[in-house]
Design a protein around this ligand. Structure first.
Ligand code: NAP
Ligand code: F7E
Length: 345
């Protein structure tokens, strides 16, 4: 069975990529960090489903621990490595810039060096980001558009994007980057704006929350469905040549529009519930990101297949189910309404 290594397997994309690869019959290996609370919630289903076959495996590592990465890569010699690991929250990257930048730069370099020294035939995927463009102008962005990072997160991603190209050109390694625009799902982290909205809509529907506090409602993003985007990642490493690829829907919407449509699904007017606070405004806002996925459409035969409205519906319906369970637990005194005391998001 062909082996694949995924860093960042506990995250949203780690879940969808694992699912895709397991369905294709790959032996999937992922890196996890030790944490005081178990954080494998998204992938626990795979751990039990593939326990006896050994098709799904987790290993302790950290992008900043090169010895663990070297040991893992030399022991496994995977066919491909997908580097999804990052401190991926843009607002949080202003609060913990050193960690965000170390993981987003040296972390990637550690994997590239390991591949170079262990087996140059291992294919490498780097999770690059539309945040690298900075979003100053209302334009469609493609693989040749200029980068203008606006946060520690984005600056680190630019370094990793560039170093991936350097290793591709210098050592003939198969190193590709997917420049993915925002992609969301019911598995999205709860402090990203789409999930923050869908979680609040679910709870407001169940009478568990009364207000939703957001930041910049005018920011526009090209939002797609994560399940579609991991298919793009797979196709990027399956293509005949290593390259850089934009993965996006080609349409942009405002945060306000997302909120309006999400509240419409529970027959409520978002203006009655949404308030704004400076707390969620970033030191350097990225106002407008719209991708041009023509190259991936044409050469990878990849296309986003979930509409904006369907994505919102998928997320809101899932979060209504979660809120229904929360209500039962609350009513029985088994949980506390921790969403009333949000941490930085
Ligand atoms: P996510 O849900 O935040 O997951 C990030 C993953 O990285 C988690 O598994 C996390 O582990 C892991 N990680 C963080 N620091 C690490 C370290 N030092 N060593 C090893 N692992 C570490 O992110 P995502 O949405 O799935 O995104 C996947 C990747 O694509 C990220 O690199 C992100 O920056 C990039 N990206 C995402 C989007 C998007 O819209 N989702 C768009 C463009 C690019 P813990 O669970 O232990 O924290
Ligand atoms: O913000 C605005 C916020 O945090 C989107 C990451 O996956 O995608 C993601 O980064 C927009 C921004 O995602 C709130 O100011 C308003 O303009 O959901 P987000 P992001 O910053 O675009 C890129 C492609 C990545 O690579 C990243 O890893 O929404 N916004 N009010 C808010 N954002 C948050 N989080 N919370 C609010 O209350």
């Amino acid at each position: 069975m062909k082996k694949i290594l995924i860093t960042g397997i506990t995250g949203q994309d780690g879940y969808y990529l694992s699912k895709l690869l397991l369905d294709k019959g790959y032996e999937v290996h992922g890196t996890v960090r030790r944490s005081s609370s178990i954080n494998t919630e998204r992938i626990d289903g795979f751990l039990s489903e593939y326990k006896s076959s050994g098709q799904f495996n987790l290993h302790y590592s950290d992008l900043l621990d090169s010895s663990s990465l070297n040991n893992l890569i030399s022991t496994l010699e995977p066919e491909k490595i997908f580097n999804l690991a990052a401190q991926s929250h843009v607002a949080v990257s202003f609060k913990i810039p050193e960690f965000t930048i170390k993981v987003g730069t040296i972390g990637t370099l550690n994997i590239l060096e390991a591949i170079k020294n262990i087996n140059k035939d291992i294919k490498f995927y780097q999770a690059s980001s539309s945040e690298m463009y900075g979003g100053k102008f209302e334009e469609k962005l493609n693989e040749d558009s200029r980068f203008d990072p606006k946060s520690p997160y984005a600056a680190a991603k630019v370094f990793s994007h560039d170093i991936t190209k350097v290793y591709r050109e210098s050592y003939g390694m198969f190193c590709s980057s997917g420049i993915l625009f925002n992609h969301e799902s019911p598995y999205r982290g709860e402090t990203f704006v789409t999930r923050k909205i869908s979680r609040a809509v679910g709870r407001i529907h169940m009478g568990l929350q009364s207000k939703l506090t957001l930041g910049n409602l005018n920011a526009k993003r090209d939002w797609g469905f994560a399940g579609d985007y991991v298919d793009g990642m797979y196709k990027i490493l399956d293509y005949s040549e290593p390259d850089d690829w934009v993965i996006a829907t080609g349409s942009a919407h405002s945060v306000e529009n997302f909120a309006k449509k999400a509240f419409n699904l529970i027959d409520k007017n978002y203006e009655d519930y949404v308030e704004t606070s400076e707390r969620y405004i970033r030191p350097n806002e990225v106002n407008y990101l719209l991708g041009d996925p023509s190259k991936a459409n044409k050469l990878l035969d990849w296309k986003s297949s979930t509409s904006f409205d369907d994505l919102i519906k998928l997320m809101v319906e899932s979060d209504i189910q979660i809120a229904t369970k929360e209500k039962m637990l609350l009513d029985n005194g088994l949980i506390k309404p921790t969403w009333e005391n949000p941490v930085v998001n």
